[in-house]
Design a protein around this ligand. Structure first.
Ligand code: ASC
Length: 128
């Protein structure tokens, strides 16, 4: 267990930072900002799928104060928040799966779907 809210916040933010880096690099490849490397892309998709399981543990009660963009609404609508997090995990797992085959259309679709689950949760539960 975490020692305090600060540690829980740091834990989830660390996971989100790693997710953002890996997801961002995949986006750069899909947007043609850098060459598409199927092997690297698949590795990043695996990373995001694994990392997607981590943040939820850091959303302990009372951790909406301090150095965080998390809105108190998370703990008022915890079941919905958990469901959105599960949806993200499922989308990320599906992306990692399609990334094993080099089909650009499937990859793009799964990537967009995963990005939508990032944005949907941010719009509802993250400070602007
Ligand atoms: C990213 C990132 C997000 C999501 C979101 C997708 O790369 O840092 O928060 O994608 O913008 O819509």
């Amino acid at each position: 267990n975490f020692d305090d809210e600060k540690e829980a916040i740091g834990y989830r933010q660390s996971a989100f930072s790693l997710i953002a880096y890996n997801f961002g690099d995949m986006g750069a490849m899909l947007k043609g900002k850098k060459p598409f490397d199927a092997e690297v892309f698949a590795m990043r998709a695996e990373h995001v799928a694994a990392l997607s399981k981590l943040p939820i543990e850091g959303f302990i009660p009372g951790s909406d104060k301090g150095h965080t963009d998390a809105l108190a609404k998370i703990w008022q609508d915890k079941a919905d928040f958990d469901a959105k997090m599960t949806q993200f995990q499922e989308n990320a797992a599906a992306l990692a799966n399609v990334a094993k085959a080099d089909n650009q259309d499937d990859i793009k679709q799964a990537f967009m779907k995963t990005g939508k689950s990032c944005k949907g949760c941010h719009d509802a539960y993250k400070k602007d």
